[in-house]
Design a protein around this ligand. Structure first.
Ligand code: ADP
Ligand code: GLC
Length: 480
């Protein structure tokens, strides 16, 4: 089996969120099952060195306004195809946003180009290597199934994976000309989304199979509350839609070997976590107090993540003796509000605004609990890292959070199976009660210790889910 992944980010090379973690991890598990996986991503400036060390295996004389090459290379256990198109990707700034925080004005060309080349590789292959299936991830790769639909002759089947339906890649209809899109497909059954061109919509309309990143989210996105206007299409394709839970890279996220920790630990040496906690206290300007549970947040600061609710709960969290260390970046109003909260609750609340991969590991390694009050969460990875690091997840009961954390209700505690705390509905009152419940559990060392050990043993790797993807791809290809 040969697979082509098309995506806009991939850890550890370029990352803004969980998509990168998934793209950087699942191919390794699939390879271990004998599958050949190549990952096509744009050659952003951070990949310049890899570009110069690889081989050019495909040339496109004019990819929407400039020449492009595909560079084949292997790094960090991944087979990478880097789309080197300087006019699209070689610029300072973010992957999707310019220096002022606005979408790049040519994002339709940047990710239309990624999809165009993905489709070309699907058809022409790379040398003798031809993919049996193409897996397109999120809106940035959404036009792959569309271009394949437009192509004549035999094309491989595609799977469209939704990591977040809130980001759809919507553009005005004039882009159809520049992107070479067939206007006959600009219909509600095709890539039209309420009068605009929808990249994700097109992918969902034309891919053979659809997946998303947790079973609960697969059920949620067929409803008007969570489908963001795509629920009708998704409902009509429910037979092709499945939810396959994300896993984590157990080598990158391993408290026994993590180089970012002051003290590594296992399920038998959990007490070593306090040394990591001391470093967090230093970094975040928190008072040192072994009796005060330390909550952390590691998150994009957007309304999806529900952290505005946490602001309302801070007096309660601090009043009950809790502390908070927040690492995040995103909406300026939230950034400012957490910085202000840190000075209001000096010593009990600390906020570092920014993106810091290393610090995110330390936070998992030294905090007692991680707060994830998301309004929606397709899967979520930080609760999985939390489980693995014995950092108890306190989560909204939605999407993948609902699927991965076992709430410490009376029955689950009696049956010794709780691994965290869930709350619902997603509002400040319920979050406040969840925080209160977590602190009460923390004050019962035997109960808390049992939860931490169970959390650390909870299976969070990729094996099972990679097998589920493989079964889906095999189903698409049919008997050889
Ligand atoms: P999403 O993809 O919606 O942002 P996930 O929970 O799936 O949410 O993945 C987020 C990923 O990004 C995790 O690996 C998390 O550790 C990381 N992350 C988020 N914010 C930061 C930050 N400010 N600094 C470092 N890592 C972060
Ligand atoms: C998205 C979602 C997140 C998910 C990640 C990886 O960014 O917001 O819930 O874990 O993709 O699939």
């Amino acid at each position: 089996m040969k697979l082509l992944f098309v995506a806009s980010e991939c850890a550890p090379f370029v990352k803004t969120g969980g998509l990168a973690d998934v793209i950087g991890a699942v191919p390794k598990s699939l390879e271990a099952m004998g599958v050949s996986v190549k990952v096509l991503i744009p050659a952003y400036p951070a990949l310049a060195e890899l570009v110069s060390s690889g081989n050019a295996v495909m040339r496109v004389p004019d990819l929407f306004g400039g020449p492009a090459r595909v560079i084949d290379t292997r790094a960090e256990g991944l087979e990478l195809l880097l789309l080197d198109a300087p006019h699209l990707y070689d610029r300072p700034g973010g992957l999707y946003l310019d220096g002022n925080g606005a979408d790049w004005a040519d994002n339709h060309l940047r990710f239309g180009g990624l999809s165009r080349v993905g489709a070309k590789i699907a058809i022409d292959g790379i040398g003798a290597w031809r993919p049996d299936v193409v897996n397109a991830h999120d809106w940035q790769a959404g036009l792959v199934p569309v271009y394949l639909r437009q192509a004549a002759g035999r094309t491989p089947p595609t799977t469209m994976t939704i990591h977040n339906i809130a980001f759809q890649g919507l553009f005005d209809p004039y882009v159809m000309g520049a992107l070479g899109l067939d206007r006959d497909l600009f219909t509600p059954e095709g890539f039209e989304y309420f009068g605009r061109v929808g990249f994700l919509k097109g992918g969902l309309a034309f891919a053979e199979k659809l997946t998303t990143v947790s079973p609960t989210y697969a059920n949620e996105i067929v409803t008007p509350e969570m489908g963001m206007g795509l629920e009708g299409l998704l409902r009509s394709r429910q037979g092709d839609l499945s939810g396959i839970l994300n896993g984590i890279d157990l080598n990158v996220w391993n408290p026994e070997t993590d180089a970012e920790l002051v003290a590594t630990y296992s399920v038998r040496t959990i007490r070593a976590k306090v040394r990591n906690r001391a470093r967090i206290e230093e970094r975040f300007g928190l008072s040192s107090d072994p009796d005060a549970p330390l909550f952390c947040v590691i998150s994009r600061l957007t309304s999806q993540k529900g952290l505005d609710l946490l602001l309302d709960c801070l007096p309660g969290l601090v009043g009950r003796g809790g502390r908070l260390a927040l690492l995040g970046t995103g909406e300026k109003t939230l950034e400012r509000a957490f910085v202000a909260a840190a000075s209001r609750h000096a010593g009990s609340v600390g906020a570092i605004i920014g993106y810091d991969e290393k610090l995110s590991h330390l936070l998992q390694g030294g905090s007692d609990a991680i707060l994830i009050p998301s309004r929606f969460e397709p899967c979520g990875l930080t609760q999985l890292y939390g489980l693995r690091y014995g950092t108890i997840p306190v989560v909204a009961r939605t999407g993948g959070l609902a699927d991965t954390v076992i709430d410490a209700n009376a029955a689950a505690l009696a049956a010794s199976c709780a691994t965290g705390v869930q709350f619902s509905p997603v509002n400040a009152v319920a979050l406040d009660q969840a925080i209160e419940r977590t602190i009460a559990l923390y004050r019962q060392p035997k109960v808390w210790g049992g939860m931490v050990r169970r959390a650390m043993r909870h299976p969070v790797g990729w094996d099972q889910s990679a097998a589920a993807y493989l079964a889906l791809f095999e189903d698409l290809v049919g008997p050889e």
